[in-house]
Design a protein around this ligand. Sequence first.
Ligand code: PEP
Length: 250
Amino acid sequence: MKRKPIMAGNWKMYKNRDEALAFIYQINEKLPSSELVETVVCAPAVYLRDLVKRQGDNLRVGAQNMHYLDEGAYTGEISAGMIKNIGVEYVVLGHSERRAYYNETDETVNLKTKKAIESDIVPIVCVGEELSIRENGTTDKVVGEQVVKAYKDISKEDALKTVIAYEPIWAIGTGKTATPQQANETIVAIRKVVEGLYGKDVADRIRILYGGSVKPENVVELLSTSDIDGALVGGASLKPESFLALAEAA
Ligand code: PEP
């Protein structure tokens, strides 16, 4: 089954406005066609509007988080409606840094995923295990449970509007990449969980990305596996040349 690849950059809390705009101008014209690959930049919230206004035909803009409620007294938070309103099309949800530092749980990831779908924003739902879990051999079980909880009460049709990112925590920002075989095996296991929830058709069609120290030097091997449909990239998405190389490789 051929699935359209996605190359998503996660800028985290990096870049000032000038750098963010220079990046966009540098890559806009050089990106591969969006018919071939979906290229997304997930930027700090303050630059989202600036980037949407300047995005070329082959670039999409994503947020790195959002709230699951429509509005309210939640100082510092941003709603799905707000990011949708300024033209943002994707949102990263449940990133391990948000789970570790900002009390993101499987339950809030589920609520946010539902809200993103309802708001017509593509959620990139992150799951992944700690090193101790990888070492004690329970990765598939732990990651599978994260997927089941993230997709609670989400219909088959809606599940297809989402993207999953498998990001082993021990490989994020550490320079340690999961081997293509390790990453692919876990993604195959995630697809099985999706099949259990929604059937084979959805499992075959849903896009599942790998994330964790992906760079131009290792991306081709990772993407040549059977089940990895693209990447969510932190560090290597910050430099225009390297992000372009990643998008071209996809
Ligand atoms: C990430 O932030 O999702 C990530 C995978 O980071 P890095 O590529 O730097 O490991």
